[in-house]
Design a protein around this ligand. Structure first.
Ligand code: E4P
Length: 225
């Protein structure tokens, strides 16, 4: 299973990359907005420079989202974003215009991530359009009392039934159990916030066991062993 980090924060990306376990990065306009100190001074060129900086840190797919709604504008924006670096993946929403843009961009060899996916039919259409990744938003579904991971299981089954190459990228991950369930469902990737990546390794029994081992190790040092 591949792990992406779901953030635009360069410090977080750098720290996660230093673990040696990072396969890619996902961003969206809200994540970009979080790291911008002065929104009035932030330009589209600054956005592209920021994505380029992420590409310098991580050698893997880096999702950058379009900020337009009609297919023609998405295609134009997507082509421009793809010029930043070979690793840039253009994120388009699961709408009819988004599908048109995905079809067009993938036809030109540009990788795409169909985002804001909340139903198996959206995933099926995105796969047929040639999307490289489909992003079911599990946390946002859970927020409205609909089991997000149920959608992931449905998408994995549908893609397996027909041999679609589109990779299932579980998004809107809120806690470690989402990562476990995504792995059990056979998802290809989970994109995980930095805080959740940090939580994945922690276990109170590991901490307690380590404390005891360290105490015992001090005894051994005292006796010169
Ligand atoms: C990533 O591709 C998505 O945009 C992100 O996971 C959405 O997460 P959220 O629902 O916590 O905003």
């Amino acid at each position: 299973m591949k792990f992406f980090i779901d953030t635009a924060d360069l410090g977080e990306i750098q720290q996660a990359e230093s673990l040696g376990l990072l396969d890619g990065v996902t961003t969206n306009p809200s994540l970009i907005a979080k790291i911008v100190p002065d929104p009035d001074a932030f330009t589209y060129e600054d956005f592209k420079a920021h994505i380029a900086e992420i590409c310098r840190i991580v050698d893997g797919p880096i999702s950058a989202e379009v900020t337009t709604l009609d297919a023609e504008s998405m295609i134009r924006e997507g082509k421009d974003l793809a010029k930043i670096h070979d690793n840039v993946v253009v994120k388009c929403p699961c709408t009819l215009d988004g599908l048109r843009a995905i079809r067009h961009l993938s036809g030109e060899g540009i990788r795409t991530n169909a985002t804001l996916a909340f139903s198996p039919t959206q995933a099926l259409l995105a796969a047929k359009a040639g999307a490289t990744f489909i992003s079911p938003f599990v946390g946002r579904l859970d927020d409205i009392s609909t089991e997000g991971m149920g959608l992931v299981r449905e998408i994995v089954t549908i893609f397996d039934n027909y041999g679609y190459a589109t990779e299932v990228l579980v998004a809107s991950v809120r806690h470690p159990q989402h990562v476990v369930d995504a792995a059990l469902a056979g998802a290809d990737i989970a994109t995980i916030p930095f805080k959740v990546i940090s939580q994945l390794i922690h276990h109170p029994l590991t901490d307690a066991g380590l404390d005891k081992f360290m105490q015992d190790a001090r005894v051994m040092k005292k006796s010169g062993t």
